[in-house]
Structure formats: structure tokens, C-alpha cells
Design a protein. Structure first.
Length: 604
């Protein structure tokens, strides 16, 4: 039984293949096209999934789309009529894509894939809920889905039981926690549907000065976590911007211009909307616990990528444990759609174990040493080849020398986080490494924090966390005994200057509030990555390193060895590891920018 799930035409298009209940393949379209958050039909991701599964489109039993376009179109029309004549420009701008593709999704999919089989459409939050519960390690659990908007729903909760999920309550558009956060992302001057995680990273620099104002004017919040937004402050129903003039007047001026200098105001706004978001998430979680009585909670939807909020739900002890879909946004809807068909529609049995079904979320392309060597030799790129088991020890030595390394190993991750397959890694003990990697490698804002990868068996040696966090979706405090107090003078520093003050014995991954976005590495999921961190521990006594995504600002995470080499050469990385091949920057020829850098690794 071959089931293909697809998400497309909004943001983060993706495809996922389930074969007889097994997770065969899943990938976002952006990784192949090199267009960040690519929303187009994921034909490259589809081709990859079919190739990985060893099948053609004619072998598919079902294709399942992650939402219902006609109901979404109904929302668009009703919203336009409610706000008419305002919003006419936005309405007409959206029409070409609707009339050309979205309204005829079934025909479009069949034609694009030469498919004549069964095509199914799920509700958007059904797909999110399925992606949250079915891969989880729980036989029974509550689920909570939070995002911008699906068809009408913006938040939902319900119960998963065995091979079934049941949605019980929803909050409907235009009242949306995701869109509230995105409105502040826009106002602070970051890119909508892309910069929300920057707001989360900026929040610890600010004070919650605007929380009371937000709850008084913008959000009518109930004890159960339900809420209404005061729409006079928002423009997303009728315009091309997220916030209205009333919003700008309330907060003392127009939105910050992108790329202009950040001020304390933006930091305070970020902290305030983050605090409000966390409070809403906590109230919702408590309500879901009260209504369902479940021991466990599963989370999905774009808001579930807010790892600070997730960490608070866990530390509050509302549920015994939580599980978050690593591809929590729209990309994960493709996987959820396929799983819903396999379990709920076809009635297949689901048997849980001690760990989740997603196995580290390593579901993307892998390249063999033979393929990599052939490509390197064909381009005359100097490299050193190591035998099995030698690379982890050598890389541990290089990290100890404070080298910055591009690590390309195994199957690419599915979801927005690099988890040790397509990562840039470095020494977490170095006070300077965070600024070096931000400014010289990632070319991004200096305030942005880095995450640690640590051995799963050692997590409670470094963090106030008593369980695994394999998908980098939980923020936890650094152990108090590892932390260092900051003086008043140091506290008054700004941006990169504050970051350069060592706050613990692992300063490069310790944020200014003494927290870290933790990834635990399990040997069964990522044996080479685990072996490398273990070798670093044997060498230095520290079983933790820096892990950030293998890309530069504005680009997707690398997919192919060619993508990795290009990123390596265009930054100040010292070393590139491509499976068992290692490349040193000083030995490489100058990069020829006139080269045709379209992928030479054809996946279809």
C-alpha cells in the first residue's frame, strides 16, 4: 500500500510517502528548488519520494491533499464580502492562483503526476492533528493544533486513540494565535511567515512592557485559552499588511523598516507578544487536560514551533509528557494527510513503542560515498577520504581547535530544524563562537541564538531537562551549577556585546536568559553524529556542541553535496565533511561564480 501526502500553494510545500505504514520519505520542495518556503506544487519532492520508495506514480494507491481548497475559497469570499469594498486589491491579487490551480486541485494533481488513482482531501487541522498524534509514542493522548489559519479553523483540540483521531473544539478565523504573532513579526520588521522565530529569539532581550496593553486592546482572553482579537487593529482580512493604522497608533509609530537598527522598543514588543502567546498556550493546555483527562499531549501547527512555549507547557507539569511534530508547519501536513489515510480511513492497526515513529525525522535524500567522490573528482575539488569510524574522531579534534565545520551526513531532515544531517557545528565552550558563526558563517542578525546538540544520555548533565528532545523543539534552562552571574555593567550591554559575555561554561549555546533550545542525539537515530559528539566528550569532557542549520540567511538548508560545497565556499567555514570525505578551505580552488550551480544530483 503506497500513500502519498501533499501540501502545496500556501507556504512550505512538501510531499511524504507512507508504504505499508512505514515512513518511506518526506521532504520540503524548497530543498530542491533552493527557494526558501517554496509554496509551489512540490513536484521535485514528489519525484524524490517516489524514487526513494522505488515506485512510480502509477503504483500509488492514494494521494491525499492536506486541506480542502473549496472551503478555503469559501472563507476568502466571505471575508472579502464582510470587508468590501476594502480589500479589493488583495482579493484580485489572490485570484489568479485560485482560478488557475487551487480550485482545480484534483485535476492539477492528476495532470502533474499522470495519476489516475484515488485522490482524497482532508481538513487542514485534521492533517495537523494526524501529524501530531500518529507519529507519537502514545496509544492515547490529547492533541492541540495551533497555526495561522486552515480552512476556517485556527486552533483545535481533540483526542487520539489507537488508530483514530477526533477533533472536538475549534477557534475560527479571523481569531488566530498564529496571525497575532505574525502581526507582531511584521510590525517589528521581520518577514511574515518566515521571521517568527526571530521574534522568539529577540524576546529575552526585552521587557514585557506591552503585555497589559495587548490583553486590554488586542486580545480578549478567556480562562480556557479561547480568545477573540479586536480586528480594528489588524489588516490581514482586507489588506496587504498585517497591522492597521490603529495598531501603529497604539504602539507609537509605523512598523520598523526591515534591516534597520533594532531598538529596545522592538525587543520589548517581542517579549510582550511572546509572553502573551505562552499564556494562551498554557491556558489552552490546562483546558485540554481538564476536558480530556489524558496523560499526554501532542502538538502541531506553526505555533508548535514556538519551543519556548512548548518548554513552559512541559515544565508546568500539566501533562506527564508532550510530543511535538518536528515538521509542525504546513510541510508536516503532507505527512499527517498520508498517515490519516493509512490509519483512520483504511483502519490499519497502530502499535506504539517506547520511542516515536519518526526516528529522528531523517526522511530526506542521502548520497553515497561513491556518488560524492565521483562528483568531487570530476570537479577537481581536493579532499581527504577516511575509513569507516575515523571521521567522528577527526571532527571532534577539529571542533576542539575551534574550527567551524559543515557536517553533511545521512538522510536530510524533514522539518525546519537541522538535526545533525545538514548542520554547521562548532565548539559550545567558546565565548566567541556565537558571534563568529552569526556574522561570518550565517550572515545574520547578531542576537540570534544557537542550539546545542548533546548526547541523549547526558542531557541532564547540562540542562534542566529529564527527557529526550530529539527535534530541538523544547527550550530548557542551563543547569544552574554551569551558569555564571552577569554584572550590572554586563547586563547593560547591547546585542552582540551582551552575547559575548560568557554566561555558563557552554556560553555559545546559552541564551541571555540562561536557556537553550535543546537537541538530544540518540545513537539509533544518528549513529555518526552521536559518535562524533561522543568522541568530542572523550577528548574534552563535554558531550555537547553547537548545531545550526547548514545554510546562510535567506536560503533553505542544503540538500545535495553541491549545495553544501557552495555554502561552504561562500562563507568562512573551515572544513566541509561530506560523509567520509573531508574538504579543507585552504586547499580549495577559488570559487567560480560563473559556474552553472544548478544541481548535478538528479533525484528524479
Amino acid at each position: 500500500m503506497n500513500i502519498l501526502g501533499i501540501s502545496a500553494f500556501y507556504h512550505d510545500s512538501a510531499a511524504a510517502l507512507i508504504q505499508n505504514g512505514k515512513y518511506a520519505a518526506a521532504a520540503q520542495e524548497e530543498r530542491f528548488t533552493r527557494k526558501k518556503h517554496d509554496h509551489n506544487f512540490p513536484i521535485n519532492a514528489v519525484h524524490y519520494c517516489l524514487k526513494e520508495g522505488g515506485i512510480e506514480s502509477s503504483n500509488l494507491d492514494y494521494i491525499v491533499f492536506y486541506d480542502k481548497p473549496f472551503i478555503k475559497f469559501e472563507r476568502l469570499l466571505e471575508t472579502y464580502l464582510a470587508y468590501a469594498p476594502r480589500g479589493l486589491k488583495a482579493f484580485w491579487m489572490s485570484m489568479p492562483l485560485w482560478l488557475k490551480h487551487k480550485l482545480w486541485m484534483g485535476e492539477y494533481i492528476k495532470k502533474a503526476m499522470n495519476f489516475e488513482g484515488k485522490l482524497l482531501f482532508l481538513e487542514h487541522h485534521q492533517s495537523h492533528a494526524a501529524s501530531a498524534f500518529f507519529p507519537s509514542p502514545y496509544d492515547r493522548a490529547a492533541f492541540l493544533t495551533l497555526d495561522g489559519v486552515g480552512e476556517w479553523a485556527t486552533s483545535s483540540w481533540g483526542i487520539g486513540d489507537g488508530n483514530m483521531i477526533k477533533l472536538m473544539k475549534e477557534i475560527h478565523f479571523p481569531h488566530s494565535l498564529g496571525l497575532l504573532y505574525t502581526a507582531f513579526t511584521y510590525y517589528i520588521g521581520f518577514k511574515v511567515n518566515s521571521g517568527e522565530y526571530k521574534v522568539m529569539g529577540l524576546a529575552p532581550y526585552g521587557e514585557p512592557k506591552y503585555v497589559d496593553l495587548i490583553l486590554k486592546e488586542l486580545v480578549e482572553l478567556k480562562e480556557d485559552g479561547s480568545f477573540k482579537l479586536n480586528m480594528k487593529y489588524f489588516n490581514y482580512c482586507s489588506g496587504l499588511t498585517m497591522t492597521s493604522e490603529a495598531f501603529h497608533k497604539l504602539f507609537g509609530g509605523p512598523p520598523r523598516k526591515p534591516e534597520s537598527k533594532l531598538s529596545q522598543k522592538e525587543m520589548d514588543l517581542a517579549r510582550s507578544v511572546q509572553d502573551v502567546t505562552e499564556e494562551i498556550m498554557l491556558r489552552m493546555a490546562r483546558h485540554v487536560k481538564k476536558e480530556t483527562g489524558m496523560k499526554y499531549l501532542c502538538l502541531a501547527g506553526g505555533v508548535a514551533l514556538n519551543c519556548v512555549g512548548n518548554g513552559k507547557i512541559l515544565r508546568e507539569g500539566i501533562f506527564e509528557d508532550i510530543w511535538i511534530q518536528p515538521a509542525a508547519g504546513d510541510a508536516g501536513g503532507a505527512l499527517g494527510a498520508a498517515l490519516f489515510a493509512w490509519y483512520q480511513l483504511l483502519g490499519n492497526k497502530r502499535v506504539v513503542g517506547q520511542r516515536d515513529f519518526q526516528s529522528g525525522s531523517y526522511l530526506g535524500p542521502k548520497f553515497t560515498n561513491d556518488e560524492i567522490e565521483k562528483w568531487l573528482k570530476g570537479n577537481n575539488y581536493p579532499f581527504e577520504k577516511y575509513n569507516d569510524g575515523e571521521v567522528p574522531t577527526k571532527v571532534a579534534e577539529l571542533i576542539d581547535q575551534h574550527k567551524v565545520i559543515g557536517w553533511f551526513n545521512g538522510r536530510m531532515e524533514f522539518g525546519p530544524r537541522a538535526l545533525g544531517a545538514r548542520s554547521i557545528i562548532g565548539d559550545a565552550r567558546s565565548p566567541q563562537m556565537q558571534s563568529i558563526m552569526n556574522l561570518k558563517i550565517k550572515y545574520r542578525e547578531s542576537f540570534r541564538p544557537f542550539a546545542p546538540s548533546c548526547l541523549a544520555e547526558d542531557v541532564n548533565e547540562y540542562f534542566e531537562l529529564d527527557r529526550e528532545s530529539p527535534y530541538m523543539l523544547l527550550v530548557a534552562p542551563v543547569k544552574k551549577e554551569r551558569c555564571k552571574s552577569m554584572s550590572d555593567e554586563q547586563q547593560s550591554l547591547f546585542g552582540i556585546d551582551k552575547l559575548n559575555v560568557a554566561r555558563s561554561d557552554i556560553p555559545a549555546i546559552t541564551h541571555i536568559d540562561y536557556s537553550a533550545r535543546v537537541q538530544t542525539v540518540h545513537r539509533a537515530d544518528a549513529p555518526d553524529y552521536h559518535a562524533m559528539i561522543k568522541a568530542f566528550k572523550e577528548r574534552t569532557g563535554y558531550g555537547v556542541i553547537i548545531n545550526t542549520s547548514f545554510n546562510v540567511r535567506g536560503e533553505p538548508i542544503v540538500c545535495t553535496p553541491q549545495d553544501a560545497y557552495l555554502c561552504f565556499m561562500r562563507t568562512e567555514m573551515d572544513v566541509l565533511v561530506l560523509e567520509d570525505c573531508m574538504l579543507f578551505k585552504e586547499k580549495q580552488p577559488p570559487l567560480r561564480e560563473d559556474t552553472d550551480w544548478r544541481s548535478k544530483f538528479e533525484l528524479d
